[in-house]
Ligand binder design. Structure first.
Ligand SMILES: Nc1nc2c(ncn2[C@@H]2O[C@H](COP(=O)(O)OP(=O)(O)OP(=O)(O)O)[C@@H](O)[C@H]2O)c(=O)[nH]1
Length: 750
C-alpha cells in the first residue's frame, strides 16, 4: 500500500535552516534553537515620552502626529538574526526603556511571553510604539522560526515598511527567503540591516552579494563597515561621507562620534567612500528618472556636488517603488549602528499616506480598519489589534464588523507597548491600535463605523444595490486578510478527566482565535480532540500555554505528519440514491468523473458538463460543491485529505420533490466511489533544508541526510563552511520531544 509514495511540496513549502557546528555534527536535528531554562527577570520601563506626569493635555498631539510622520514597520528575518536584540536597542535609544535587555538573559521588552523568555525565541509578534526625532514609529518584532510564519505574514499585511535583519556571517538564510517573499506579496518596501558585524566570519561583501543573488534584489549600499568581526568599530555614512565611530568605553552605545571624512586623516576610507557614493548615485539615477535628470543636468561633471538631501529623497522614492533596497550594517549586540538604522527607517521607509490603498476612496474619510491580531487577556477579554486605514477610532463607540455582519462596542482604546498598554482618547488613520471589547472580531476582519457606512462604501466600490441590506453586498469592501497555511502536523489532545473537556474546549477556542494557524477538530471515529499545527514547536508551545495560562494539564497523543492523497488517473462513476422518507420519494442519480488536476489546486476543482444545466437549478451549485469538498476530506488510503483533483459532473437526475440533502449525499457518495476506483498516491510534506557545516563534517552530514531520504540540491561554500541545500521529508526530521511522540510512519504502517 505504501510503496507508491510520491513526494510533494505542500502549498506553503516549509523552509528550514539547520546550522551544524563543530560540537554537534553527527545527527541533524530540526529544531536547534536555544533551549534554556531561566528565571524571567522583570524589566523597568520608562513611560513613553509625553505620557508621564500630568502631561495628558499634550497627549493627543503626541499620539496623533501628522500622518506623514508615522512609520509602521516590521522587523523580519531568519531565526536568530538579531531582530529582538535590534528592537531592544531601538527602544533604549528612543528613550522607552531604562536599561538594555538581552535575549540570552530573557529580559527583553518584546519577548514577554514566559516561553519566549525561557527559550530565547520570539513566538508571537509584539508591537511597540516609539518616537524618534519627531517621527512616530509603530514597530512590530516578528518571529523568525518557520512554525510561526503566519505571525510574520499577518503583520506584514498591515505594515508600510520592513527592516530585514541579516546575520552578516550567514547572509541570506532559508527563512529570510520566506519572509522576503511574504514582503514581496504584500508589496512592502524594505531596508536591509546586516547585523552581527562583530561576529567571527562576518562579511559585509558576502552578505550584500547574497542579497543580490538569492533575493534577486538591488542593494543600495548606504554604509560601509569600518572593520569586520573583532575589528568592527563603526560605519561610514556613504551618503554624507561621514564616519560614525562608537566610543569603546561606552557600554550602551549611546556615545558615538560622527565626523566628516577627510583626505588628511582617512585617505583610504575617503577614496572608498567616494567610489561607493558615485556608484550609489549611478545606481539610483538608473532607477529614478527625476534624480537622473538632476544628476545629468546639474552635476554630470562632479558627482561629489550632488546634495545629500537630493540623494536621500531619490533613495526614498526608489525604496517606495521597491526598485531597490538600502543596505546598512552594524552590531545590535555590541550597540553599534542602531541609531543610523532608525534614521534610515524615518528617511527611507514610507509613511502610510505614501502607500497606495485603492479602497480608501470608497470610505471618504470614514472609519476603515483591519483586525490583524487577537490576544486574550484574562481581565480584559479579547484584545484586538487594528490597523486604521481611514477615519478615527474612539473608545466607547460602536463599530461594525463587515465579515461577521455584526455591530460591536469598543470599550477602550490602547496604544500597544509590548505587554504594557497606554490608554488613549482617539487614534487616527495610519496608526496601529489595540482595542478592548470587540468580542466577535477575529484576525482578518474588516471594521467600519457602521453598517450603513459599509453599504455606502460598497456602492462607491460599484457593486450595485441588488440585495439591499444583505451582507453579501458589503463583501465588496472586505479588506483582504492573510492566507492561512494548511497545518502539517497533528496530534490528539486529552484533558485529565472528561469533566475538564469543556475547559479544554474553552482554552482551545481562545488560542485558535489568537492563532489562526492552529486548527482544532474532532476525530469522528474516536471522538478525541485533534490539534493541527505548523510544526512540533508550534504544538509544543500550545500544549505549554494550555498548562500555564489555563491551568490545565493535558496529554498529547503521538505527533503525526499531515499527509495528503491524490489520484493518478481518470475514473468515471455513477451513483443512485432512491429513498422513501415518510410519504415522499427522493431520487437522485449522479454521474461524474474524477481526474488529476492539471495545475496544483489544493482541494478539488469542479466543472459541469453542459447536460447538467437544467437539474442544477434544483440543487444549488454551492451545495454541490460542498458535497464534493466533504467527499474529499477523507481519502480512501489513509483517510487524509485529497488534493489536486478535478471533478466533472456529467449528469445529474433529480426527481421533483427530492431534498437537497439527498442530492448532495448522492454526489458525495459518487465522488467517494470514483476516488476508490482510481489509482491513488500518498503525498508527504517536504522541508527545504539548509545545513551549515564545517568542511570536515560534510560527509557524515550527507550520509545522515541520505538516510533520511533527503534530496540534495546544491552544496555551497560559505567562508570556511559548507552549506548543504536540499529537501527532506518532514517525517524524517522530526525532533521527538515528549516521550509520548512516536514516528508518524510507524503509526500509519498497515
Ligand atoms: N555577535 C552578535 N550576536 C548577536 C547580535 N545580535 C543578536 N545576537 C545574538 O543572537 C542571538 C539571537 O538574537 P535575537 O535577537 O533573539 O534574534 P531574533 O532574530 O530575534 O530571534 P527569533 O526572534 O527567535 O527568530 C542571541 O544570542 C543574541 O545575543 C550581534 O549583533 N552580534
Amino acid at each position: 500500500m505504501f510503496t507508491n509514495w510520491r513526494i510533494f511540496a505542500v502549498n506553503r513549502q516549509k523552509t528550514f535552516s539547520v546550522h551544524i557546528h563543530t560540537t554537534c555534527y553527527c545527527k541533524i536535528k530540526a529544531n536547534l534553537k536555544r533551549s534554556k531554562t531561566q528565571v524571567p527577570l522583570t524589566r523597568s520601563y520608562s513611560s513613553p515620552p509625553g505620557i508621564v506626569g500630568n502631561e495628558v493635555k499634550s497627549l493627543h498631539s503626541i499620539i496623533n502626529p501628522p500622518v506623514a510622520k508615522i512609520r509602521n514597520i516590521g522587523i523580519m528575518a531568519h531565526i536568530d538574526a538579531g531582530k529582538t536584540t535590534t528592537t531592544e536597542r531601538i527602544l533604549y535609544y528612543s528613550g522607552y526603556t531604562r536599561s538594555l535587555g538581552d535575549v540570552d538573559d530573557g529580559d527583553t521588552v518584546t519577548d514577554f511571553m514566559a516561553q519566549e523568555r525561557e527559550r530565547g525565541i520570539t513566538i508571537q509578534s509584539a508591537a511597540v510604539t516609539l518616537d524618534w526625532k519627531g517621527y512616530r514609529v509603530n514597530l512590530i518584532d516578528t518571529p523568525g522560526h518557520v512554525d510561526f510564519t503566519l505571525e510574520v505574514e499577518r503583520c506584514l499585511r498591515v505594515l508600510d515598511g520592513a527592516v530585514a535583519v541579516f546575520d552578516a556571517s550567514a547572509g541570506v538564510e532559508a527563512q529570510t527567503l520566506t519572509v522576503w517573499r511574504q514582503a514581496d506579496k504584500h508589496k512592502i518596501p524594505r531596508i536591509c540591516f546586516l547585523n552581527k558585524m562583530d561576529k567571527t566570519g562576518a562579511s559585509f561583501n558576502y552578505a550584500v552579494e547574497s542579497i543580490r543573488e538569492k533575493l534577486k534584489a538591488k542593494p543600495l549600499i548606504l554604509q560601509l563597515p569600518i572593520g569586520e568581526a573583532r575589528t568592527f568599530q563603526g560605519v561610514v555614512d556613504v551618503v554624507n561621507r561621514e564616519k560614525l565611530i562608537w566610543n569603546s568605553d561606552s557600554d550602551d552605545g549611546k556615545d558615538f562620534e560622527r565626523k566628516p571624512l577627510s583626505e588628511a586623516s582617512d585617505p583610504t576610507l575617503l577614496k572608498e567612500t567616494v567610489e561607493a557614493r558615485n556608484s550609489l548615485i549611478e545606481q539610483v539615477a538608473d532607477l529614478d528618472d527625476e534624480f537622473a535628470d538632476l544628476v545629468l543636468g546639474e552635476f554630470s561633471e562632479d558627482f561629489d556636488l550632488v546634495p545629500a538631501e537630493k540623494l536621500q529623497a531619490a533613495i526614498h522614492r526608489v525604496t517606495l517603488a521597491q526598485a531597490a533596497v538600502p543596505v546598512l550594517c552594524g552590531s545590535a549586540l555590541k550597540n553599534k549602528g542602531v541609531q543610523p538604522l532608525l534614521d534610515a527607517v524615518t528617511t527611507y521607509l514610507p509613511s502610510p499616506e505614501e502607500r497606495e490603498h485603492g479602497f480608501l476612496q470608497w470610505y471618504k474619510g470614514d472609519l476603515c480598519a483591519l483586525a490583524f491580531k487577537v490576544l486574550h487577556d484574562k481581565q480584559r477579554g479579547p484584545l484586538v489589534f487594528l490597523r486604521i486605514y481611514s477615519g478615527t477610532l474612539t473608545p466607547q463607540s460602536a463599530v461594525h464588523n463587515v465579515n461577521r455582519n455584526c455591530t460591536e462596542r469598543m470599550s477602550r482604546l490602547l496604544l500597544p507597548f509590548a505587554d504594557q498598554h497606554v490608554e488613549i482618547p482617539s487614534l487616527t488613520a495610519g496608526n496601529i491600535a489595540l482595542t478592548v471589547g470587540l468580542k466577535q472580531t477575529a484576525t482578518g476582519d474588516t471594521i467600519v463605523s457602521s453598517k450603513s457606512s459599509a453599504l455606502a462604501a460598497a456602492r462607491r466600490a460599484g457593486k450595485g444595490e441588488r440585495k439591499p441590506g444583505r451582507i453579501s453586498e458589503a463583501e465588496s469592501v472586505l479588506l483582504a486578510g492573510v492566507e492561512i497555511p494548511e497545518p502539517v502536523f497533528f496530534c490528539t489532545i486529552e484533558p485529565p478527566s472528561a469533566a475538564k473537556q469543556p475547559d479544554l474546549d474553552h482554552a482551545l477556542e481562545h488560542l485558535q482565535r489568537e492563532d489562526p494557524s492552529l486548527k482544532v477538530k474532532l476525530d469522528p471515529d474516536s471522538g478525541q480532540t485533534v490539534l493541527c499545527g505548523m510544526g512540533e514547536l508550534h504544538i509544543e508551545i500550545i500544549h505549554d500555554r494550555i498548562k500555564r495560562e489555563y491551568g490545565l494539564e493535558t496529554y498529547l497523543g503521538p505527533l503525526q505528519v499531515a499527509y495528503r492523497e491524490t489520484i493518478l488517473n481518470s475514473v468515471r462513476a455513477t451513483d443512485t440514491l432512491d429513498r422513501v422518507l415518510g410519504d415522499k420519494r427522493h431520487f437522485a442519480r449522479a454521474e461524474l468523473e474524477v481526474r488529476p488536476a492539471e495545475e496544483p489546486c489544493g482541494v478539488a476543482t469542479i466543472e459541469y458538463a453542459d447536460s447538467v444545466g437544467e437539474d442544477l437549478l434544483q440543487a444549488p451549485r454551492e451545495d454541490i460543491e460542498n458535497a464534493v469538498h466533504s467527499a474529499c476530506l477523507q481519502g480512501p488510503l489513509l483517510g487524509s485529505p485529497i488534493q489536486d483533483v478535478a471533478v466533472t459532473l456529467h449528469s445529474l437526475m433529480i426527481h421533483p420533490g427530492t431534498s437537497t440533502t439527498m442530492v448532495t449525499a448522492c454526489i458525495s457518495r459518487c465522488v467517494q466511489k470514483a476516488l476508490k476506483k482510481a489509482d491513488k498516491q500518498v503525498l508527504e510534506p517536504l522541508m527545504s533544508l539548509e545545513v551549515t557545516v564545517s568542511r570536515e563534517y560534510l560527509s557524515p552530514v550527507l550520509a545522515d541526510l541520505a538516510q533520511r531520504r533527503g534530496n540534495i540540491q546544491e552544496i555551497q561554500t560559505r567562508q570556511d563552511n559548507k552549506v548543504v541545500l536540499g529537501f527532506v521529508p518532514l517525517a524524517e526530521i522530526m525532533v521527538l520531544g515528549p516521550a509520548s511522540f512516536s514516528s508518524p510512519t510507524g503509526h500509519f504502517c498497515p
